[in-house]
Ligand binder design. Structure first.
Ligand code: GMT
Length: 381
């Protein structure tokens, strides 16, 4: 397969979309493609020299007249500059706004209106929350339709997008992947006893604590579980609802059972110690944190009716119930935690499924095929 010159723009943060975009770029570079990250900061995990990988910083300009720095414009100018200089075949943007909008604008600045081809990957919140906001609706729809290729991380998200935005483009579903060299059942040496000295069960929730994650449901589920099963709860990540959760933990006198670990770069060191992962989100287009848990052999209890149904198999490696049904989620947790055989079976199936169904090789090869398909398609520009 011919090697491509690919630009990637993403939010260079530790969120799911940033992780997926960065890991994808690293894997593509390992396969011989030239990969150019264009972002306002060095993407997460791109902190060392790697052949075929380049980073182009987008500077934000502050000027007295600007109340808000015009990031989309500086990004567009930088994409155009890098595309010209390196003759990019593909510009792959993660998130429709503002990244696909900036890529579209960048191409208007180029003499050749057909290169690079723009591929937009939808990750979820751009569609389900931000894009559905009236003020962003038209620009999101436009940016998706102006892309030469569109991918979504789940069937659920692809359907939501088509329905919400009345999109005619074909949306290629390319599920997220997991690096099982990092996320697996091998214990890193971290001692379970550090968190559970009396052999309690360990439950865990990892998120950015935005309201959409329903972290308060995690506390409700845990409160019910400990009425039957001695357990500890690890909370990893931070965000707008952290204070709310802290207050609830204090009010319910759960302080000795709930451990706040804050943001953590290496969750793969902790996940193998965990017995159950709680993911009761209101919306989840995919649920990368849930996949990370499965890969480490941790069954997931979460919400049905979201993209989680494509990651977690109800009754096989976890349980999914309607959003806010904390009663059923708690009961499922109790039944798993009190049935040793079942729990081990769920753990084994979780790790096996993550490895077989969500391997990096499979997903990266899918992106490569899609890049070629889009790059070779006729241009209407
Ligand atoms: O969930 C978030 O708040 C972060 C957001 C992101 O930008 O990383 O996550 C979205 O993209 C992830 C990677 O594709 C998906 O695994 C998450 O499910 C999705 N979040 C939502 O849909 C709420």
């Amino acid at each position: 397969m011919d090697k491509l010159k690919i630009g990637i723009t993403c939010y260079p943060v530790a969120g799911g979309s940033g992780i997926v975009a960065t890991e994808l770029g690293i894997k593509l570079a390992e396969r011989g493609h030239k990969v150019h990250f264009i972002a306002y900061a060095l993407p997460y995990r791109l902190d060392r020299y790697q052949p075929n990988l380049f980073y182009h910083e987008v500077e934000t300009i502050s000027y007295q007249l600007f109340k808000y720095p015009p990031y989309t414009l500086t990004l567009a100018a930088r994409i155009a500059e890098v595309s010209r200089e390196w003759d990019l075949d593909i510009m792959h943007v993660h998130y429709a706004i503002p990244h696909a909008t900036a890529a579209f604008l960048a191409r208007q600045l180029m003499t050749d209106k057909c290169r690079p081809k723009i591929i937009t990957t939808l990750h979820g919140t751009d569609i389900t929350l931000v894009g559905a906001d009236k003020s962003f609706y038209d620009i999101t729809r436009f940016s998706i339709q102006a892309s030469d290729g569109v991918t979504a991380v789940s069937e659920y998200l692809a359907e939501e997008t088509k329905e919400e935005f009345k999109i005619k483009n074909n949306i290629e579903v390319i599920p997220n992947f997991i690096d099982t060299a990092r996320f697996n059942t091998n214990n890193s040496g971290c001692d379970r006893k550090r968190f559970a000295p009396d052999n309690e069960k360990i439950l865990c929730h990892i998120s950015n604590f935005r309201p959409v994650k329903r972290a308060m449901d995690v506390i409700e589920i845990f409160e019910r579980v400990i009425q039957t099963v001695p357990a500890k709860l690890l909370l990893i990540g931070e965000g707008p609802d952290t204070m709310l959760v802290r207050r609830a933990v204090k009010k319910k006198a759960l302080g000795d059972k709930v451990i706040f670990l804050g943001s953590h770069d290496k969750v793969e060191d902790l996940l193998p110690l965990v017995d159950l992962f709680l993911n009761p989100s209101e919306e989840e287009s995919f649920g990368l944190a849930a996949l990370e848990a499965l890969a480490c052999g941790v069954p997931v209890i979460g919400s049905a009716g979201t993209g989680l149904v494509e990651v977690v198999d109800h009754g096989v490696d976890g349980y999914l119930y309607p959003v806010a049904d904390t009663w059923s989620m708690a009961n499922a947790a109790i039944s798993l935690l009190t049935g040793e055989n079942d729990l081990q079976l769920f753990k084994d199936r979780a790790a096996k499924k993550a490895k077989e169904k969500f391997s990096a090789d499979k997903t990266v090869a899918h992106y490569e095929r899609y890049y070629h398909q889009v790059a070779e398609a006729d241009c209407e520009g």
